[in-house]
Design a protein around this ligand. Structure first.
Ligand code: NAP
Length: 295
Protein backbone atom coordinates (compact mmCIF):
# COMPACT_ATOMS: atom_id res chain seq x y z
CA UNK A 1 0.00 0.00 0.00
CA UNK A 2 2.73 2.42 1.06
CA UNK A 3 4.80 1.50 -2.00
CA UNK A 4 1.87 1.96 -4.37
CA UNK A 5 0.96 5.36 -2.91
CA UNK A 6 4.62 6.44 -3.20
CA UNK A 7 4.57 5.29 -6.83
CA UNK A 8 1.38 7.17 -7.62
CA UNK A 9 2.92 10.24 -5.97
CA UNK A 10 5.76 10.42 -8.48
CA UNK A 11 3.89 8.92 -11.42
CA UNK A 12 1.18 11.58 -11.51
CA UNK A 13 1.15 15.32 -11.11
CA UNK A 14 3.11 18.05 -12.79
CA UNK A 15 6.72 18.61 -13.67
CA UNK A 16 8.08 21.43 -15.79
CA UNK A 17 10.85 23.73 -16.88
CA UNK A 18 10.82 27.38 -15.81
CA UNK A 19 12.65 30.03 -17.83
CA UNK A 20 12.03 32.86 -20.26
CA UNK A 21 12.14 32.76 -24.06
CA UNK A 22 12.42 28.97 -23.97
CA UNK A 23 9.90 27.88 -26.58
CA UNK A 24 12.73 25.88 -28.21
CA UNK A 25 13.21 23.63 -25.14
CA UNK A 26 13.20 19.88 -25.79
CA UNK A 27 12.90 19.01 -22.09
CA UNK A 28 9.12 18.38 -22.41
CA UNK A 29 9.84 15.93 -25.24
CA UNK A 30 12.44 14.06 -23.14
CA UNK A 31 10.32 13.76 -20.00
CA UNK A 32 7.05 13.01 -21.77
CA UNK A 33 8.81 10.23 -23.70
CA UNK A 34 9.98 8.77 -20.38
CA UNK A 35 6.57 9.14 -18.66
CA UNK A 36 4.78 7.55 -21.63
CA UNK A 37 7.17 4.61 -21.74
CA UNK A 38 6.40 3.96 -18.06
CA UNK A 39 2.66 4.48 -18.54
CA UNK A 40 2.64 7.28 -15.96
CA UNK A 41 -0.07 9.94 -15.84
CA UNK A 42 2.48 12.70 -15.13
CA UNK A 43 2.99 15.70 -17.40
CA UNK A 44 5.90 18.07 -18.02
CA UNK A 45 5.31 21.62 -19.31
CA UNK A 46 7.18 24.73 -20.34
CA UNK A 47 6.59 27.54 -17.81
CA UNK A 48 7.76 30.70 -19.58
CA UNK A 49 7.47 33.57 -17.09
CA UNK A 50 8.85 37.00 -16.23
CA UNK A 51 11.37 37.19 -13.39
CA UNK A 52 8.82 39.03 -11.22
CA UNK A 53 6.59 35.91 -11.37
CA UNK A 54 9.29 33.52 -10.15
CA UNK A 55 8.80 33.97 -6.36
CA UNK A 56 5.02 33.35 -6.71
CA UNK A 57 5.57 30.18 -8.75
CA UNK A 58 8.04 28.78 -6.22
CA UNK A 59 5.76 29.56 -3.28
CA UNK A 60 2.89 27.83 -5.10
CA UNK A 61 5.14 24.82 -5.79
CA UNK A 62 5.39 24.18 -2.04
CA UNK A 63 1.62 23.48 -1.86
CA UNK A 64 0.55 22.52 -5.40
CA UNK A 65 1.04 19.06 -6.94
CA UNK A 66 4.15 20.25 -8.80
CA UNK A 67 6.56 17.36 -8.16
CA UNK A 68 9.70 18.89 -9.61
CA UNK A 69 10.97 21.77 -11.71
CA UNK A 70 13.86 22.21 -14.09
CA UNK A 71 15.28 25.73 -14.20
CA UNK A 72 16.79 27.20 -17.33
CA UNK A 73 17.96 30.51 -18.75
CA UNK A 74 17.93 33.14 -17.44
CA UNK A 75 16.93 32.00 -13.92
CA UNK A 76 19.53 29.45 -12.81
CA UNK A 77 21.33 31.97 -10.61
CA UNK A 78 18.49 34.28 -9.55
CA UNK A 79 16.40 31.34 -8.31
CA UNK A 80 18.90 30.47 -5.55
CA UNK A 81 17.67 32.87 -2.78
CA UNK A 82 14.11 31.47 -3.04
CA UNK A 83 15.18 27.91 -2.13
CA UNK A 84 15.54 26.40 1.33
CA UNK A 85 18.70 24.35 0.69
CA UNK A 86 21.25 23.58 -2.01
CA UNK A 87 23.17 20.38 -2.65
CA UNK A 88 26.97 20.63 -2.81
CA UNK A 89 27.33 21.09 -6.59
CA UNK A 90 24.65 23.79 -6.71
CA UNK A 91 26.29 25.55 -3.77
CA UNK A 92 29.72 25.60 -5.42
CA UNK A 93 28.41 26.49 -8.87
CA UNK A 94 25.98 29.08 -7.46
CA UNK A 95 23.35 28.00 -9.99
CA UNK A 96 20.42 25.59 -9.87
CA UNK A 97 18.86 23.69 -12.78
CA UNK A 98 16.71 21.24 -10.79
CA UNK A 99 14.36 21.88 -7.87
CA UNK A 100 13.28 18.93 -5.74
CA UNK A 101 10.41 19.17 -3.27
CA UNK A 102 11.05 17.60 0.11
CA UNK A 103 7.87 17.98 2.17
CA UNK A 104 7.20 21.70 1.71
CA UNK A 105 10.87 22.53 1.35
CA UNK A 106 12.52 23.33 -1.98
CA UNK A 107 16.01 21.92 -2.54
CA UNK A 108 18.24 23.09 -5.41
CA UNK A 109 20.52 20.77 -7.39
CA UNK A 110 22.76 21.27 -10.40
CA UNK A 111 22.48 18.27 -12.70
CA UNK A 112 24.23 20.22 -15.50
CA UNK A 113 27.47 19.21 -13.73
CA UNK A 114 26.71 15.49 -14.15
CA UNK A 115 25.36 16.24 -17.65
CA UNK A 116 28.76 17.63 -18.66
CA UNK A 117 30.50 14.69 -17.01
CA UNK A 118 28.46 12.14 -18.98
CA UNK A 119 28.64 14.07 -22.28
CA UNK A 120 32.45 14.35 -22.15
CA UNK A 121 33.19 11.02 -20.45
CA UNK A 122 34.65 9.34 -23.54
CA UNK A 123 37.21 12.17 -23.88
CA UNK A 124 38.39 11.99 -20.26
CA UNK A 125 41.99 10.96 -21.00
CA UNK A 126 42.35 13.65 -23.70
CA UNK A 127 41.27 16.40 -21.30
CA UNK A 128 43.21 15.59 -18.14
CA UNK A 129 45.85 18.21 -17.36
CA UNK A 130 45.06 20.17 -20.55
CA UNK A 131 43.58 23.62 -21.22
CA UNK A 132 40.00 24.68 -22.06
CA UNK A 133 38.29 27.86 -23.26
CA UNK A 134 34.65 28.52 -22.33
CA UNK A 135 32.64 31.18 -24.17
CA UNK A 136 30.03 32.72 -21.85
CA UNK A 137 29.90 33.21 -18.10
CA UNK A 138 26.24 32.50 -17.24
CA UNK A 139 24.70 29.67 -15.24
CA UNK A 140 25.69 26.90 -17.65
CA UNK A 141 29.27 28.19 -17.99
CA UNK A 142 29.59 27.93 -14.21
CA UNK A 143 28.57 24.26 -14.25
CA UNK A 144 30.92 23.47 -17.14
CA UNK A 145 33.85 25.30 -15.52
CA UNK A 146 33.33 23.46 -12.23
CA UNK A 147 32.99 20.08 -13.97
CA UNK A 148 36.16 20.59 -16.03
CA UNK A 149 38.34 21.19 -12.98
CA UNK A 150 36.66 18.86 -10.50
CA UNK A 151 35.64 15.90 -12.70
CA UNK A 152 38.15 16.07 -15.58
CA UNK A 153 41.15 17.53 -13.74
CA UNK A 154 41.83 20.05 -16.49
CA UNK A 155 44.78 22.35 -15.79
CA UNK A 156 43.48 25.75 -16.97
CA UNK A 157 40.00 26.93 -17.83
CA UNK A 158 39.87 30.31 -19.60
CA UNK A 159 36.58 32.21 -19.45
CA UNK A 160 35.86 34.35 -22.53
CA UNK A 161 32.76 36.46 -21.85
CA UNK A 162 31.57 39.63 -23.52
CA UNK A 163 31.27 41.23 -20.08
CA UNK A 164 34.64 40.86 -18.32
CA UNK A 165 33.05 41.64 -14.95
CA UNK A 166 30.76 38.60 -15.31
CA UNK A 167 33.77 36.38 -16.07
CA UNK A 168 35.66 37.75 -13.06
CA UNK A 169 32.64 37.10 -10.81
CA UNK A 170 32.36 33.49 -12.03
CA UNK A 171 36.06 32.93 -11.33
CA UNK A 172 35.93 34.60 -7.93
CA UNK A 173 32.85 32.62 -6.84
CA UNK A 174 34.17 29.24 -7.98
CA UNK A 175 37.61 29.81 -6.49
CA UNK A 176 36.02 30.83 -3.24
CA UNK A 177 33.78 27.78 -2.99
CA UNK A 178 35.73 24.93 -4.55
CA UNK A 179 37.59 22.51 -2.28
CA UNK A 180 41.31 23.45 -2.10
CA UNK A 181 42.53 20.02 -3.39
CA UNK A 182 40.75 20.62 -6.73
CA UNK A 183 42.24 24.10 -7.07
CA UNK A 184 45.69 22.70 -6.32
CA UNK A 185 45.77 21.01 -9.74
CA UNK A 186 43.78 23.45 -11.88
CA UNK A 187 42.97 27.15 -12.22
CA UNK A 188 40.51 29.53 -13.85
CA UNK A 189 41.58 32.67 -15.66
CA UNK A 190 39.83 35.48 -17.51
CA UNK A 191 40.65 35.67 -21.20
CA UNK A 192 43.66 37.76 -22.14
CA UNK A 193 45.00 36.66 -25.52
CA UNK A 194 42.07 34.68 -26.96
CA UNK A 195 44.01 33.58 -30.03
CA UNK A 196 46.76 32.04 -27.87
CA UNK A 197 44.23 30.44 -25.50
CA UNK A 198 42.42 28.81 -28.45
CA UNK A 199 45.67 27.59 -30.00
CA UNK A 200 46.54 25.78 -26.72
CA UNK A 201 43.06 24.47 -26.02
CA UNK A 202 42.19 20.76 -25.92
CA UNK A 203 38.54 21.81 -25.50
CA UNK A 204 36.47 24.85 -26.58
CA UNK A 205 32.97 25.20 -25.19
CA UNK A 206 30.09 27.39 -26.33
CA UNK A 207 28.11 28.16 -23.16
CA UNK A 208 26.26 31.09 -24.78
CA UNK A 209 22.92 30.77 -26.60
CA UNK A 210 24.63 31.76 -29.88
CA UNK A 211 23.54 29.34 -32.58
CA UNK A 212 20.04 28.80 -31.18
CA UNK A 213 17.53 29.74 -33.84
CA UNK A 214 20.12 29.79 -36.64
CA UNK A 215 22.16 32.73 -35.31
CA UNK A 216 25.75 32.66 -36.57
CA UNK A 217 28.61 31.45 -34.37
CA UNK A 218 31.44 32.77 -36.53
CA UNK A 219 31.73 35.77 -34.17
CA UNK A 220 32.99 33.41 -31.46
CA UNK A 221 35.20 31.24 -33.67
CA UNK A 222 36.29 32.95 -36.88
CA UNK A 223 37.83 30.64 -39.47
CA UNK A 224 41.20 32.34 -38.93
CA UNK A 225 41.18 31.22 -35.27
CA UNK A 226 43.26 28.15 -36.16
CA UNK A 227 42.13 25.45 -33.72
CA UNK A 228 44.25 22.31 -33.50
CA UNK A 229 42.83 19.32 -35.34
CA UNK A 230 42.67 17.44 -32.02
CA UNK A 231 40.76 20.18 -30.19
CA UNK A 232 37.31 19.05 -29.12
CA UNK A 233 34.46 21.55 -29.66
CA UNK A 234 31.54 21.20 -27.26
CA UNK A 235 28.41 23.26 -27.97
CA UNK A 236 25.78 23.43 -25.25
CA UNK A 237 23.28 24.44 -27.93
CA UNK A 238 21.58 21.40 -29.47
CA UNK A 239 19.32 22.78 -32.17
CA UNK A 240 19.57 23.19 -35.19
CA UNK A 241 21.88 20.22 -35.92
CA UNK A 242 24.67 20.45 -36.88
CA UNK A 243 24.87 23.52 -34.68
CA UNK A 244 26.41 26.74 -36.03
CA UNK A 245 29.19 26.54 -33.40
CA UNK A 246 30.12 22.98 -34.52
CA UNK A 247 30.24 24.18 -38.12
CA UNK A 248 32.42 27.16 -37.15
CA UNK A 249 34.73 24.87 -35.12
CA UNK A 250 35.20 22.53 -38.10
CA UNK A 251 35.97 25.52 -40.37
CA UNK A 252 38.50 26.74 -37.79
CA UNK A 253 40.38 23.43 -37.94
CA UNK A 254 39.03 21.06 -35.31
CA UNK A 255 37.92 17.56 -36.29
CA UNK A 256 35.56 16.60 -33.46
CA UNK A 257 32.53 18.54 -32.33
CA UNK A 258 29.65 17.47 -30.12
CA UNK A 259 26.46 19.38 -29.47
CA UNK A 260 24.41 19.80 -26.30
CA UNK A 261 21.93 16.97 -26.88
CA UNK A 262 23.83 14.23 -24.95
CA UNK A 263 24.26 16.69 -22.04
CA UNK A 264 20.56 17.59 -22.10
CA UNK A 265 19.56 13.92 -21.97
CA UNK A 266 22.09 13.20 -19.18
CA UNK A 267 21.03 16.12 -16.98
CA UNK A 268 17.36 15.12 -17.48
CA UNK A 269 18.23 11.54 -16.51
CA UNK A 270 19.81 12.81 -13.26
CA UNK A 271 16.84 15.13 -12.52
CA UNK A 272 14.38 12.27 -13.10
CA UNK A 273 16.16 10.17 -10.46
CA UNK A 274 16.18 13.04 -7.96
CA UNK A 275 12.45 13.68 -8.40
CA UNK A 276 11.19 10.11 -8.55
CA UNK A 277 13.81 7.98 -6.78
CA UNK A 278 13.82 5.78 -9.90
CA UNK A 279 16.21 5.32 -12.78
CA UNK A 280 15.43 7.06 -16.05
CA UNK A 281 14.36 4.22 -18.41
CA UNK A 282 17.54 3.04 -20.16
CA UNK A 283 15.74 2.13 -23.38
CA UNK A 284 14.40 5.69 -23.58
CA UNK A 285 17.80 7.34 -23.12
CA UNK A 286 19.30 5.01 -25.77
CA UNK A 287 16.48 5.89 -28.15
CA UNK A 288 16.84 9.63 -27.48
CA UNK A 289 20.61 9.61 -27.95
CA UNK A 290 20.30 7.72 -31.23
CA UNK A 291 17.74 10.10 -32.76
CA UNK A 292 18.98 11.20 -36.16
CA UNK A 293 16.63 14.18 -36.22
CA UNK A 294 15.40 16.12 -33.19
CA UNK A 295 11.73 17.18 -33.16
P1 NAP B 1 22.64 32.52 -19.23
O1 NAP B 1 22.77 32.32 -17.76
O2 NAP B 1 21.66 33.50 -19.75
O3 NAP B 1 24.13 32.90 -19.77
C1 NAP B 1 24.40 33.10 -21.14
C2 NAP B 1 25.82 33.62 -21.32
O4 NAP B 1 26.02 33.82 -22.73
C3 NAP B 1 26.07 34.96 -20.65
O5 NAP B 1 27.44 35.07 -20.30
C4 NAP B 1 25.73 35.93 -21.78
O6 NAP B 1 26.32 37.20 -21.64
C5 NAP B 1 26.35 35.21 -22.95
N1 NAP B 1 25.78 35.67 -24.22
C6 NAP B 1 24.47 35.71 -24.56
N2 NAP B 1 24.34 36.18 -25.82
C7 NAP B 1 25.60 36.47 -26.25
C8 NAP B 1 26.12 37.02 -27.46
N3 NAP B 1 25.33 37.35 -28.49
N4 NAP B 1 27.47 37.17 -27.57
C9 NAP B 1 28.28 36.83 -26.54
N5 NAP B 1 27.84 36.32 -25.36
C10 NAP B 1 26.52 36.13 -25.23
O7 NAP B 1 22.28 31.15 -19.96
P2 NAP B 1 22.76 29.68 -19.52
O8 NAP B 1 21.77 29.06 -18.64
O9 NAP B 1 24.18 29.77 -19.08
O10 NAP B 1 22.65 28.90 -20.94
C11 NAP B 1 23.53 29.19 -22.00
C12 NAP B 1 23.20 28.29 -23.18
O11 NAP B 1 23.49 26.94 -22.87
C13 NAP B 1 21.70 28.33 -23.57
O12 NAP B 1 21.61 28.29 -24.97
C14 NAP B 1 21.16 27.05 -22.98
O13 NAP B 1 20.04 26.56 -23.71
C15 NAP B 1 22.36 26.13 -23.14
N6 NAP B 1 22.34 25.03 -22.15
C16 NAP B 1 22.32 23.77 -22.63
C17 NAP B 1 22.35 22.72 -21.73
C18 NAP B 1 22.35 21.32 -22.23
O14 NAP B 1 22.07 20.41 -21.45
N7 NAP B 1 22.65 21.10 -23.49
C19 NAP B 1 22.38 22.95 -20.35
C20 NAP B 1 22.44 24.26 -19.91
C21 NAP B 1 22.40 25.31 -20.83
P3 NAP B 1 25.36 38.42 -21.14
O15 NAP B 1 25.05 38.11 -19.71
O16 NAP B 1 26.23 39.60 -21.35
O17 NAP B 1 24.13 38.39 -22.01
Amino acid sequence: MAASSARSHVSSGLYGVVGHGIGYSLSPFIFRTAFNSLDWRADYSVIDIEESELPGLLEAMRYAPIRGLSVTKPYKVVVVPFLDRLDESAKIVGAVNTIVKSGRQLVGFNTDVSGVEVALSRFRSKLRNREAVIFGAGGAARAVAYALLSRFRMRTVTIAARRPAQARRLIHDLQDRMPPPVLASGAFRPVGDLQAALANAALVVNATPIGTGHTHAAGLLPRSTGLQAGTLAFDLVYRPRPTPFSIAAHSAGCRTAIDGWPMLVAQADAAFSLWTGKNFPRAVSRKLLNLKKLP
